[in-house]
Design a protein around this ligand. Structure first.
Ligand SMILES: *Cc1c(COP(=O)(O)O)cnc(C)c1O
Length: 399
């Protein structure tokens, strides 16, 4: 972004990025632009514009409007990439680049901890195109990944931390192994947002569900695919257009609005999340808190090396003496935490993990039941009091 020099901090850039009108006479925010047909001044102009479909030009609705372009610029800025494609959902941001890089006879590697619908796409849809996927232990190091790469492996997919069980992957090591063997590294960076800068760690294509913190209000779905080279951009952009992928400008506009406050929301939610996580760690019913920012938690060392912060999504593993049913009764006893999928909104959520996840590489095995928590913008003191009363339900369930 020409109007937001890198010397400014993340929070400052969130206020200024994606606002072409910042230094001209105009509205503070980019107005919402909707449209399908674009009228050209001449037939010649139409032909010339048609050749620019990989660029930010007003050509036809599906190629985007100023609203899309503003959001694309902002996400590219946040992730430190050069170009970004906005698509209709986080899941579309997962499936589109997989289709861009994989073809008949190719092989894909995915972490066992991957987001469920991404696994579903790899196991149910990709095989119909002759593409095979194997699932690997997310904790593998460079040699471990290298040993799994076949001559036809084109994509090493990553998601760090895993959004249910919070394994932190060694992305630089995985990228070294993949690149040495000609494979691309795709990463779902939804948890890391801007705390993890994917292109500084060897990622080729970064995926985000903007549905989460960027939207921030649990009222829209949107996804982004960000690249850092012209070749990757062309692959992603041309596949997106070929699939007819499109994002509603209204949702882009709402996400631009959400992003203006994301810095302060993230700061508050990170602090509250860590406060709640520390409290949980001290409770006698808790075996482990799966929060990468907590010293001693799984993946903490890599998180500390590669991340500059944490979002407010983490897991709690209870002691093995408690049943999955007891953990579900505890979740239902919570007053302030909704039972729901997704995360990144202003409201707290709780979701039992045990019994709801598919694993095929033998990972994600826990001795006791696991619950995933998303900490919202409520007062953390109230959230802790709510968890405290719900733990009593966990203790007494079935007794
Ligand atoms: C939510 C989520 C997605 C999918 O986003 P949607 O917008 O809900 O389709 C992808 N990856 C991760 C890690 C997610 O949590």
């Amino acid at each position: 972004m020409t109007d937001t020099p890198k010397k400014y901090s993340f929070r400052t850039r969130l206020s200024h990025a994606g606002r072409a009108g910042t230094h001209v006479h105009g509205f503070v925010n980019p107005p919402l632009v909707r449209g399908s047909t674009v009228l050209y001044p001449s037939v010649k102009a139409r032909r010339e514009l048609g050749a620019k479909r990989l660029q930010q030009e007003l050509i036809y609705g599906i190629m985007g409007s100023q609203t899309h372009f503003a959001l694309e610029d902002m996400i590219a800025e946040i992730e430190g990439g050069t170009r970004c494609q906005i698509v209709s959902s986080g899941l579309a941001a997962v499936t589109t680049p997989l289709l861009a890089y994989l073809g008949q006879g190719d092989h894909c590697l995915m972490p066992d901890s991957v987001y469920g619908p991404a696994r579903g796409f790899a196991t149910a849809t990709l095989p119909r195109f002759g593409i095979e996927t194997s699932f690997y232990d997310p904790n593998l190091d460079e040699a471990g990944i290298a040993a799994l790469i076949r001559p036809n492996t084109r994509v090493v997919y990553t998601e760090s931390p895993g959004s249910h069980t919070f394994e932190v992957q060694d992305i630089p090591a995985i990228a070294r192994a993949a690149h040495a063997r000609g494979a691309k590294v795709l990463m779902d960076n939804t948890w890391g947002i801007h705390f993890f800068q994917p292109f500084q760690h060897g990622v080729d294509v970064s995926i985000q569900a903007l549905t989460k913190y960027p939207g921030g209000h649990s009222d829209l779905l949107l996804g982004s695919i960000t690249t850092n080279s012209d070749a990757d951009w062309e692959k992603v952009r041309s596949t997106t257009l070929a699939l007819g992928q499109y994002a509603s400008p209204d949702d882009c506009w709402l996400t631009l609005r959400g992003l203006r406050t994301m810095g302060v929301r993230l700061k508050e939610q990170m602090e509250s999340g860590i406060q709640v996580a520390y409290w949980l760690q001290k409770q006698p019913e808790v075996a482990r808190v799966l929060h990468p920012a907590l010293p001693g938690a799984p993946g903490h060392a890599i998180w500390k090396r590669d991340f500059s912060g944490a979002c407010s999504l983490f897991g709690v593993e209870f002691k093995p003496e408690f049943t999955a049913e007891a953990s579900q009764a505890m979740v239902e006893a919570l007053e302030l935490f909704g039972i729901g999928a997704s995360w990144g909104g202003y409201e707290s959520l709780a979701l039992p993990t045990t019994g709801f996840l598919t694993r095929t590489a033998g990972t994600g095995v826990f001795a006791g039941p696991v619950v995933r928590l998303h900490i919202g913008l409520e007062d953390p003191t109230d959230l802790i009091a709510d968890l405290d009363q719900a733990l009593a339900v966990l203790r007494t369930h079935g007794k």
